[in-house]
Ligand binder design. Structure first.
Ligand code: COA
Length: 261
């Protein structure tokens, strides 16, 4: 019998679901898991038929318990920087996907699991799960973008509290500080993500890509350059069929049918 893949890719219409598939290890990120995840991300990045990507974990215990601490224990010291580069590059690949991304956190998200969610655009968390950048309790630091993305999301003061105290926030606490967008009733993460996907898919898929690019690309620019970047993103969608379809649908008082062209 062949072994189950460490990450699965499932396509459902114009959505793609990536599932970290190591429930017995609480979906911890080992080298082989990251390698496969990066391969699948590279495939999705080039796939115009995919309009949204959901990242989730197998089982009901954890979304992802972060770096694989058992693998790490046996890792020679000189391999550690390579692992950290690989996990960081994975999160950067997630953040760089042109499609909107949803982290559907079906359970706890610690360390690299939380960083994976931070690299997504939208975050859903099971109401009974905990989330946190807990690395300092293991005498390391978040090294896959956590020290950079968390303060941009919740402010430097809050990020310092969470990282320096290695806090494990309840889902309600995480929602109250804006770290997650939506709580899923316990065990209902998939259904909640499907509803969010449906809401996304009411909107023009090329417009979603352009808006994501306008926001992400503008964040670190001076305001004049950021506004120019927004203008360039807008320009890309002017010649699209979907824009004309939306105008026609509005005039005809019907729902638009987008084609992603
Ligand atoms: N790396 C490797 N294995 C991990 C892991 C990790 N990050 N997290 C959990 N596991 C393994 C456990 O060692 C255990 O393996 P075993 O059955 O061989 O003993 C198995 O997953 C189940 O873990 P367990 O702790 O019994 O499950 P739980 O459901 O009670 O708790 C967590 C889940 C996520 C709360 C808990 O495992 C945990 O706190 N993990 C560490 C999270 C962390 O600090 N991550 C930061 C990494 S930088």
């Amino acid at each position: 019998m062949s072994e189950a893949p460490l990450v699965t890719l499932e396509r459902d219409g114009h959505a793609a679901w990536l599932t970290i598939n190591r429930p017995e290890a609480r979906n911890a990120l080992s080298f082989p898991t990251l390698n496969l995840l990066r391969e699948l991300l590279a495939e999705l990045r080039e796939d115009d038929s995919v309009w949204a990507v959901v990242l989730t974990g197998a089982g009901d215990k954890a979304f992802c318990a972060g770096a694989d601490l058992k693998e790490r224990r046996t890792m020679p010291e000189d391999m550690v920087p390579q692992f950290v580069r690989q996990i960081r590059a994975t999160m950067d690949d997630i953040a760089a996907l042109p499609q909107p991304t949803i982290a559907a956190m079906n359970g706890h998200a610690f360390g690299g699991g939380c960083e994976m969610a931070l690299a997504c655009d939208l975050r859903i968390l099971d109401a009974e799960a905990l989330i946190g950048l807990t690395e300092t309790s293991l005498a390391i630091i978040p090294g896959a973008g956590g020290c950079i993305r968390l303060p941009r999301l919740v402010g430097a003061a809050k990020a310092k509290e969470l990282i320096l105290l290695a806090r494990r926030l309840t889902a309600a606490e995480a929602e109250s500080i804006g770290l997650v967008h939506q709580l899923a009733p316990a065990g209902q993460t998939r259904a909640t993500a499907e509803a969010m996907l449906a809401a996304l898919q009411n909107n023009g898929p090329l417009a979603l890509r352009a808006a994501k690019d306008a926001i992400d690309g503008g964040l670190d620019l001076a305001i004049e350059a950021a506004l120019e970047h927004e203008a360039a993103c807008y320009q890309r969608i002017i010649p699209t069929e979907d824009r004309l379809e939306a105008l026609a649908a509005f005039a005809e008082k019907r729902a638009p049918r987008f084609a992603g062209r």
